[in-house]
Design a protein around this ligand. Structure first.
Ligand SMILES: Nc1ncnc2c1ncn2[C@@H]1O[C@H](COP(=O)(O)OP(=O)(O)O)[C@@H](O)[C@H]1O
Ligand SMILES: [Mg+2]
Length: 375
């Protein structure tokens, strides 16, 4: 157990770190963050900021020496840095987890070894590989760089045979995977936490969330998802299988597709708190951020009970283009605005989010749409 009062290190000082710190401070922990920017989202609320790249081994070692446990707000921290820190302190996620997740091919192979349902995929190192895969799978397909992708970056959809070269160029001819495009009914996600308290495993799962993406970036999360118990249980069982396979400690966000014939396919694993879990911050008895702090410090997990139907909407930098006015939003009952304190508000950059509660989820959704359109 890492007692309250101890120091927690985080590599990456973005909004996920910021919300972990806000929740962790309330629990009595201190925080040191590594981030390249003095103006990162965590800067204003952290005990100490180490200005360096996430990939810096030096910074990782300095952090490990100062902290009782280290975690991350991005899965792109090199697993080699995590491995080096493991010699010094507790680190979650482990280097084994990151090694198997930060490379998309390794991630797909890991899921395949666990017989977890997912879309068909192939390794891509050349244009010939893309053509061979298209022959096997048919169209459309999605080309994704093996590493460093997020929010749809490093991805390209191939709809026609002639698009292959363009797609390959678009991702910079980098090592990639190609996947069969899933004609899904919905995207859903599972936020799951796993820890060990006195060597006994504890797992807790939030209600599954239905997610709407716009241009490959999460736009809106709706909970409850509207899916019946059968789909909900299927998603949760897959999530359990994933965290057990990794002997995972912490919160993991797992993105899934529900197909038109009621199959569930795993799309992507995020070994950290997840954007689609922001509804838990205010919407559940324990937020995903508090839950992660509990998990990595060896505390018992908190209750995941949903307090009310809730809708979460992301606020991207694009909205700031012509100035932004939150007056209607903050004057609407049962609505909560979260801003991450990021500057400047660039296109596609996640600046904040808001949540809307209502006894009827459809009503919460309609109010959220209205408020978003107003912005
Ligand atoms: N194989 C696929 N079939 C259909 N849509 C996909 C597929 N892969 C990705 N997408 C779409 O693109 C979004 C982002 O892709 P994802 O693989 O989750 O990468 P990241 O979130 O790291 O950018 C997904 O949420 C989904 O909307
Ligand atoms: Mg994703």
């Amino acid at each position: 157990m890492i007692a309250p009062g101890s120091c927690i290190g985080i590599i990456g000082g973005g909004q996920l770190a910021r919300m972990m710190i806000l929740e962790g401070r309330k629990m009595g922990y201190r925080f040191i963050v590594v981030d390249p920017s003095e103006q990162c989202a965590s800067a204003a609320i952290v005990d100490e900021l180490i200005i360096d790249k996430w990939s810096s081994l030096n910074a990782a070692l300095t952090l490990a020496k100062k902290c009782d446990v280290v975690t991350v707000d991005t899965e792109h921290v090199p697993w080699q840095s995590i491995q080096a820190m493991e010699e010094i302190t507790h680190v979650f996620p482990s280097s084994m987890v990151l090694k198997n997740i930060q490379d998309r091919l390794a991630q797909r192979q890991f899921l395949q070894n666990q017989s977890i349902p997912q879309t068909a995929f192939y390794n891509v190192e050349s244009l010939d590989d893309i053509h061979a895969a298209m022959d096997e799978m048919g169209l459309p397909c999605v080309l994704k760089t093996k590493t460093s992708g997020y929010d749809g970056k490093g991805q390209s959809v191939i709809r026609e045979l002639e698009d292959a070269l363009f797609a390959w160029e678009k991702i910079g001819r980098l090592p990639a995977i190609i996947e069969k495009f899933v004609d899904f009914q919905d995207e859903v996600s599972v936020i799951i936490a796993r820890t060990k308290v006195a060597c006994k495993v504890q797992v807790s799962i939030y209600p599954i969330a239905k997610n709407l993406h716009y241009k490959h970036i999460l736009h809106k999360t709706v909970v409850p998802s509207g899916y019946d118990g059968r789909i909900e249980e299927k998603c949760k069982a897959l999530a359990m299988q994933v965290v057990d396979a990794f002997d995972y400690i912490g919160v993991m966000g797992i993105e899934m597709f529900v197909t038109k014939d009621g199959e569930v396919l795993v799309n992507e694993l995020a070994p950290r708190t997840h954007n689609s879990g922001h509804f838990t911050y205010g919407g559940c008895m324990t937020s995903q951020f508090e839950q992660h702090i509990r998990a990595v410090t060896g505390q018992a997990l908190g209750a995941t009970t949903l307090l009310s139907p809730i809708v979460m909407v992301n606020l991207l930098g694009d909205l700031w283009d012509d100035g932004i006015d939150f007056s209607k939003l903050v004057q609407t009952p049962h609505t909560t605005l979260h801003l991450y304190g990021k500057t400047p508000p660039q296109k596609g950059r996640k600046m904040g989010h808001f949540t809307v509660f209502d006894a009827e989820v459809e009503k919460a959704s309609a109010i959220a749409d209205d408020l978003y359109n107003e912005l």
